[in-house]
Design a protein around this ligand. Structure first.
Ligand code: PMP
Ligand code: GLU
Length: 386
């Protein structure tokens, strides 16, 4: 069979592949501790479930407008104003089946063959794949644990050419948890001034921040607001991974309309029940529940960082956000794939090789699991590396 070149260019998501493998091994009865999943272990808050049941009972089970129902778009617009100080009108917003789908639409609408997209590494697995799928060229800017895994304005300037169409920023980052400060964002904004370069700001982990301040990229200046596409969702912050809810916003209506057109010919509107269920979260009505989850993640982060840094051959930078540790394994084995495979085979511990995120010599450890698992898992990792 002759598959298209574009689909042949695509690699399977390594995060999903390994999480699925760990789940399957567990189902077979193997003693597996998985730190591979990029999803909270908490249940979706009760208020959201109730809203979904209400929508179902009220018969909201039909097609809706492609971008989403007006109540939902208004709720997103309100959230972005209240929490992020961003003035997006409802018509500047489109909801999709998870932020991954939002990113897919965006890159399909904006990236043409040969366009360059600047992506700092370690990056979330999906970005370069989507860029290549659209015919674009990912331009990877390497960062490491010595600079807290953050791209500097200087590095950004060096990466820009006359083919650069977009920069992807993830703050806080998956897989490193690093968070850009206002000053760092301002410095990057200065580099971008006077160019036609778009910024895709993936703010999925915005609510999971530990002792630091979150700054939305688009809030830096009017110039940044105009060039930025803000991407977000509820998967991580409200434990709603399975509901498939993501959105993006841009003041550029031509861009939004293009994505609505694309989505009208692919998946249409997102699940009608999810749309109603998302509204309480966007209106701040589950903030208490979010805060409880955030505090629990912070406790787990502190525990996991301490335990990892007590292992001689491993080290980790304390993440400011998200629920991942990006562990330096260079003193054990620079080949992250062989490290992860052996760790799974010998100790039943699943982590994601750094190479999937474009950075050799690291593995990603998700602490979105209970303390007992974290203690036992890191004990096994210690035995493995020693
Ligand atoms: N962006 C980042 C940085 C992520 O880590 C993820 C998923 N883990 C997504 C986007 C997509 O999330 P979803 O499709 O569930 O909204
Ligand atoms: N994004 C999450 C992760 O990094 C979930 C899996 C995926 O969508 O790739 O693990």
């Amino acid at each position: 069979m002759q598959l298209t070149k574009r689909v042949q260019r695509l690699n399977e998501s390594m995060t999903i592949a390994i999480s699925t493998l760990a789940r399957d091994l567990k189902k077979e009865g193997k003693d597996i501790l998985s730190f591979s999943a990029g999803e909270p272990d908490f249940d979706t808050p009760e208020i959201i479930k109730k809203e979904a049941i209400k929508a179902l009972n009220n018969g909201f089970t039909k097609y809706t407008a492609v971008a989403g129902i007006s109540e939902l778009l208004k709720a997103i617009s309100g959230k972005l104003k209240r929490e992020n100080n961003l003035d997006y009108k409802p018509e500047n917003i489109i909801t999709s089946n998870g932020a991954k789908h939002s990113l897919f639409n965006l890159i399909q609408a904006l990236i043409e063959s040969g366009d360059e997209v600047v992506i700092p590494s370690p990056y979330w697995v999906t970005y370069p794949e989507l860029v290549r799928y659209s015919g674009g060229v990912p331009v990877i800017v390497e960062t490491n644990d010595e600079n807290d895994f953050k791209m500097s304005a200087k590095q950004l300037k060096k990466a820009i050419t006359d083919k650069t169409k977009m920069v992807i920023l993830t703050t806080p980052s998956n897989p490193t948890g690093s968070l850009y400060t206002k000053k760092e964002l301002e410095e990057m904004a200065e580099v971008l001034k006077g160019t036609n370069i778009f910024v895709c700001s993936d703010e999925m982990y915005e609510k999971l921040i530990y002792d630091k301040e979150f700054v939305s990229v688009a809030s830096i200046s009017e110039d940044m607001f105009q060039r930025t596409i803000t991407v977000n969702g509820l998967s991580k912050s409200v434990a709603m991974t399975g509901w498939r809810f993501g959105y993006l916003a841009s003041p550029n209506n031509e861009l939004i309309k293009a994505m609505v057109k694309l989505q009208s010919q692919s998946s249409s509107n997102i699940n009608s029940i999810t749309q109603y269920a998302a509204i309480p979260a966007l209106e701040g009505r589950v903030d208490k529940e979010i805060e409880l989850m955030r505090r629990e993640f912070q406790k787990r982060r502190d525990l996991a960082v301490e335990l990892i840094n007590n292992i001689d051959k491993l080290s980790v930078v304390k993440p400011d956000g998200a629920f991942y540790l990006f562990i330096n394994i260079k003193k054990v084995n620079n080949d992250s794939m062989s490290f992860a495979k052996e760790l799974l085979a010998k100790k039943g511990v699943a982590v994601i090789p750094g190479i999937g995120f474009g950075s050799e010599g690291y593995v990603r450890f998700s602490f979105a699991t209970n303390e007992k698992n974290i203690i036992e898992g890191i004990k096994r990792i210690k035995e493995f590396v020693e």
